[in-house]
Design a binder for this molecule. Structure first.
Ligand code: 8ID
Ligand code: ZN
Ligand code: ZN
Length: 354
């Protein structure tokens, strides 16, 4: 295949300092290193993590200046000399784990998100809010030519993360999972993965738009509006068929409160999976109920390369259809403005050509 033309300059969304603002401007296109590929990003999902990075919400500094973004779907346009198994012209995805050492204890056990040298797209290395993005070939997500790249983009973080979280929950087909933050990006995909895995879903979020999306588009069995409910714990338990509470809870909300409530409504022997990362938040659970209900509370962080491939395969098979809206890369700030207000039902995806 002939070499595609790669421009010297490209459009990107850049922050100079923590706190923002994001600036839409032209920057240089980088060359891939020996073990890297250069991907012409066509679409990039906007994850709440990108907003945490802008705001400096976490006790982990970002690189600066920073190009955010870690749900980038596009086409490989260049590769380093060591890369043998990714071809120019392949569809590929930039995910949160941009690279890892592949040699440490964690990498050897396929726990590469725990690698102390992991490179994080749009956080410790530049990410997918640009037209040309670099990623380590070993970690790049393999996309197939039959995939719609706009719809595939949210799978690259939201999809992989919730799929992994559902596996970590240990919930089995026929059981019930409560998804807290169901109307957001991770939550909307979580409902589709849960359904595909044979789970019954209680969606928890707020507002009529999100309620409609959860019940009518994503096939949740029940919806609990946390803002309208007088007693969320009671209402979630009442939404299970036997009133004993959900077998698993997936916490993908960006708010501390539900992290304090989940242990109260989860079923005895149930598992609470923490995924959302609200700034400065702490977990709290009553010791008495945790003990006598034999509850498990655990964290879950993105997924390894195999989880990623599996999550993408669910998508490729047509099992994951979550609503998303496409706007231009130039409109990232307006997406953040909506995200802060909790006004996004599903995911926004940026078209890098606009
Ligand atoms: O690997 C990981 N653990 C990982 C991967 C990717 C993302 C973690 N995250 C984190 C993000 O950094 C963020 O903190 O997951 C969180 C959710 O990301 P998102 O889905 O991209 O955010 P969103 O689209 O803004 O959705 C959040 C939803 O939570 C609801 C909001 O209404 C919104 O729909 N929500 C809130 I805020 N408070 C709630 C509450 N008390 C609530 N839903 C139910 N109960
Ligand atoms: Zn993300
Ligand atoms: Zn490692």
């Amino acid at each position: 295949m002939s070499q595609p033309e790669i421009p010297k300059k490209q459009w990107a969304q850049v922050i100079q300092k923590t706190g923002g603002p994001v600036e839409y401007k032209e920057i240089d296109v980088q060359q891939p290193g020996p073990d890297e590929v250069l991907i012409n990003i066509k679409f990039s999902g906007v994850c709440h993590t990108d907003l945490h990075a802008v705001n400096g919400d976490w006790p982990l500094p970002t690189k600066l200046p920073l190009v955010g973004g870690h749900e980038g779907a596009g086409v490989v346009v260049a590769r380093g000399e060591l890369v043998k198994d990714v071809e120019i012209g392949d569809y590929a995805g930039v995910k949160w784990i941009n690279g890892s050492c592949l040699a440490c204890d964690f990498c050897q056990q396929a726990d590469e998100p725990l690698c102390p040298k992991a490179l994080l797209s749009g956080y410790t290395v530049d990410g997918s809010f640009q037209q040309y993005c670099i990623a380590k070939a070993a970690h790049v997500a393999r996309l197939t030519k039959d995939m719609d790249l706009a719809a595939a983009a949210p799978v690259l973080c939201a999809g992989i993360t919730v799929y992994k979280g559902l596996k970590e929950s240990g919930a089995r087909p026929g059981q019930t999972v409560a998804i807290v933050g169901a109307g957001g990006g991770l939550g909307s995909l979580a409902q589709q993965y849960a359904k595909a895995m044979g789970l019954r879903v209680i969606a928890i979020d707020t507002g009529d738009e999100k309620k409609k999306m959860c019940l009518e588009q994503l096939d949740a069995a029940e919806f609990v509006d946390f803002a309208k409910s007088e007693n969320v714990v009671k209402d979630v338990q009442a939404a299970t068929e036997d009133g004993l509470g959900p077998h698993a809870v997936l916490l993908v909300a960006v708010n501390e409160k539900p992290f304090q409530q989940a242990a109260e409504y989860v079923r005895p022997r149930g598992t609470v999976v923490c995924i959302g990362l609200p700034a400065g938040a702490y977990l709290r659970a009553p010791v008495f109920e945790t003990v006598i209900k034999m509850i498990t509370i655990r964290g879950s962080y993105v997924g390894n390369r195999k989880d990623s491939a599996e999550a993408l395969d669910f998508f490729r098979r047509g099992l994951i259809k979550a609503p998303f809206k496409v706007v231009g890369l130039s409109e990232l700030q307006s997406v953040y403005d909506k995200m802060v207000k909790g006004e996004i039902a599903g995911r926004y995806v940026l078209d890098t050509s606009k």
